[in-house]
Design a protein around this ligand. Structure first.
Ligand code: NAD
Ligand code: IPM
Ligand code: MN
Length: 346
């Protein structure tokens, strides 16, 4: 069976890392038909929008979307991101953003004395509402009393489904769910979140549940990453915590993610956690590991677990033995790392 995959390479280093992920997948024994979607900041300059009006229908005709990153200094970030990735997450209702944070062997960890066995966390990020619901407005523009209102939205449905998903993952791992909250200061949304977490925990007696204030959790990730298993958090909290997690994994270039709508017949969106990295774009030095790892998550979702595992093993092998890009202590180019992964698979 041939899988139809849409490729949204995007901006900056996006096309550079996606090319290597795609080459790695092509070296596997799976049939993929790729569709290149030329959407992003260049498309915006030409058409005045980040993607065409029928974008949803186009992506829905595929089983998965492999994405690089979007964002370019020539387009306001809230325009490019809301015009593409945030819009796709919301309108496809990709409510679970799964971000594995594992330190791979051979990759230097910035935390003194930490080894790969100490860093194996799984972040489950609420992905369609919360602080990124997109609700709010501005008034009295440019006047002294100008006002901007940004409203967080927490629904019982949205919170419960992502918490259940996190607990189900914990059952297959080390059996701990840490729920990030800030219900001491924000009295409504996170209090509802905590109440639902208690209810869901009661349904999962085999899983240990703890509620941790997000500020303390950030410190604990640095002091004791080995004390964490599954971390479930709201959209904003998990966004911030997974950049911290990426750093603990060796850097932004290492981290992978899967945007999923579990149980629904819509394409998942698979992308590295990093952005378009304009500071290094065009130099051929971006680390493709996060994109390759995301492609492995994609193969899993496509029902190709063996290919997913083979790809992940090849990536782990290359991280251990090199070549590595400079962000993780090597001097190789993006292409050389991609070549090495593909060579392992050939
Ligand atoms: P960023 O992740 O692009 O870069 C942060 C730092 O990490 C930079 O120093 C960069 O060089 C480094 N880095 C990122 N990816 C790397 C890789 N593969 N290999 C080596 N180093 C890497 O974050 P930013 O600078 O805050 O954002 C840049 C642009 O990307 C903005 O427009 C932002 O809105 C956008 N963005 C997009 C996405 C997405 O499309 N999913 C995600 C995050 C940021
Ligand atoms: C991420 C990114 C996005 C987010 C941005 C680009 C909107 O930072 O995927 O982590 O915050 O979700
Ligand atoms: Mn982010």
């Amino acid at each position: 069976m041939t899988h139809r995959v849409a490729v949204l390479a995007g901006d900056g280093v996006g096309p550079e890392v996606v090319a290597e992920a795609r080459r790695a997948v092509d070296a596997l024994d799976v049939a993929i038909e790729w569709t290149d979607l030329p959407w992003g900041s260049a498309y915006w300059h030409e058409h005045g929008r980040m993607m065409p009006e029928d974008a949803l229908e186009i992506v829905r005709a595929h089983e998965a979307i492999l994405m690089g990153a979007v964002g370019d200094p020539s387009v306001p970030d809230h325009v490019s991101l809301w015009g593409l990735v945030l819009d796709l997450r919301q309108r496809l209702d990709l409510w679970a953003n799964v971000r594995p944070a594992r330190l791979l062997e051979g990759i230097p960890c910035p935390l003194a004395g930490r080894r790969p066995s100490d860093v194996d966390m799984l972040f489950v990020r609420e992905n369609t509402e919360g602080e990124y619901a997109g609700v709010g407005g501005r008034a009295h523009r440019t006047l002294p009393d100008e006002v901007a209102i940004e409203v967080s939205v927490f629904t019982r449905t949205g919170v419960e489904r992502v918490l259940r998903f996190a607990f189900e993952h914990a059952e297959t791992r080390r059996g701990l769910v840490t729920s990030a909250t800030k219900s001491n200061a924000s009295r409504f949304g996170y209090v509802l979140w905590d109440e639902i977490a208690e209810e869901v925990a009661a349904d999962h007696s085999g899983v240990r549940y703890e509620r941790v204030l997000v500020d303390a959790l950030a410190a604990r990730m640095v002091r004791a990453p080995d004390s964490l298993d599954v971390v479930v958090a709201s959209n904003l909290f998990a966004d911030i915590l997974t950049d911290l997690a990426a750093a603990i994994q060796g850097g932004m270039g290492m981290a992978a993610s899967a945007n999923l709508a579990p149980g629904a017949d819509v394409p998942g969106l698979f992308e590295p956690v990093h952005g378009s990295a304009p500071d290094i774009a065009g130099q051929g030095v971006a680390n493709p590991a996060g994109a390759v790892w995301s492609a492995s998550l994609m193969l899993d979702a496509l029902g190709e677990p063996e290919a997913a595992a083979t790809l992940m093993a090849a990536l782990e092998h290359v991280c251990r033995d090199g070549p590595r890009t400079r962000d993780v202590g090597g001097s190789a180019t993006t292409r050389e790392v991609g070549d090495a992964v593909a060579a392992r698979l050939a």
